[in-house]
Design a protein around this ligand. Structure first.
Ligand code: MLT
Length: 329
């Protein structure tokens, strides 16, 4: 039988706020536990709080196994690895960090746009391989180009503001966007249908959440609507892209290149993307800056400690304090 603990941490979530929480509460710190579903179910049975990043599958079964759970805290923005409905039925607070890493992801997006436009990773490999053929590295400027932002939440907005500083025109597509929202008033993107955005943008960046509604949205046909000189960037969720369709579109030169920080399966199998100079691949590092991780870890620890002390979570997704299980009503 497992020893009772206050908090179970199943991924590598570290930093000063975590250390401070570990001094105050009994924390089971098991950064590899997400890989072992059976041990995970055993361990969660003894915990009042579960802290995860994006690799722990927090399924209905796992939530049932966690009979003492009061809060599930997600160190990150996306909740696609958590069955939030099952957590709600079980009366468990779900908290996340929806804004804490937005600046880092927006900055990475700009970095990828510049990397694609100036072929920075390819030029770096060239010089390290002994080359100096700078005539082969003519790039393009961002200035005067059009950026299409698909998904205009916090990250889309921050990306748009930075693109404007580079002198870009910004289009946005987001069916849930309030045209009178502060972000629209401030960034002043031109709101368009997706097809128009795809056909007229020089850079297209995806900032959509994962899930049923967005899965496979970027199909081969949609890549074919882009300009042949356009670049595609995905720092959101890999499942939004039909990767076979993207490879085919790149082979047929329907677009000029792509940068992917996220993949449909993570880590991905070695595949044709890795052999292409027109594709930049990163290991899902959008939120991985010291600043963003400090904010993220501080937020989840604050919410866990608040809930376990009988107070309200701040960054809750469903409700701020634990409820009775629905089946106990
Ligand atoms: C997020 O959802 O916050 C990011 O994708 C980062 C992560 O999952 O760790």
């Amino acid at each position: 039988m497992s020893t009772a603990i206050d908090v179970l941490v199943t991924e590598n979530i570290v930093g000063e706020p975590m250390e401070a929480m570990r001094r105050r509460l009994a924390v089971g710190f098991e950064p590899e536990l997400w890989k072992k579903p059976e041990q995970l179910a055993d361990a969660v049975a003894a915990a009042k709080a579960l802290v995860v990043r994006n690799q722990t599958r927090v399924t209905e079964d796992l939530i049932r196994a966690g009979g003492e759970l009061q809060i599930i805290a997600r160190a990150g923005a996306g909740l696609d690895n958590i069955d939030v409905e099952a957590a709600g039925r079980a009366g468990v607070v779900v908290a996340s960090t929806p804004a804490q890493n937005a600046v880092s992801v927006a900055e990475l997006t700009l970095g990828l746009m510049l990397s694609l436009a100036r072929r920075i990773p390819e030029a770096d490999r060239h010089v390290k391989g002994g080359g100096w053929a700078r005539q082969n590295f003519y790039g393009t400027e961002l200035f005067g180009k059009t950026l299409g932002v698909v998904g205009f939440g916090r990250i889309g907005f921050l990306t748009a503001m930075r693109a404007k500083a580079f002198g870009m025109d910004v289009l946005a597509h987001d069916p849930y966007l309030d045209p009178d929202s502060l972000t629209v008033i401030q960034a002043r993107p031109r709101l368009t249908e997706l097809d128009e955005l795809l056909a007229t943008s020089d850079f297209i960046t995806c900032h959509l959440p994962g899930g049923k509604q967005t899965r496979g949205l970027f199909t081969y046909q949609r890549f074919c609507r882009m300009k042949p000189a356009a670049y595609f960037i995905n720092v959101a969720r890999g499942e939004v892209v039909d990767e076979t369709g993207l490879l085919r579109a790149l082979d047929e030169r329907r677009l000029a290149g792509a940068a992917l920080d996220v993949r449909s399966t993570e880590p991905p199998q070695a595949d044709a993307f890795g052999r292409r100079d027109d594709v930049i691949l990163l290991p899902h590092i959008g939120a991985f800056t010291h600043e963003a991780q400090h904010r993220v870890v501080a937020s989840v620890c604050r919410d866990v400690e608040a809930v376990l002390a009988g107070n309200r979570a701040t960054n809750y997704f469903n409700f701020p304090t634990p409820r009775k299980r629905v089946d106990e009503h």
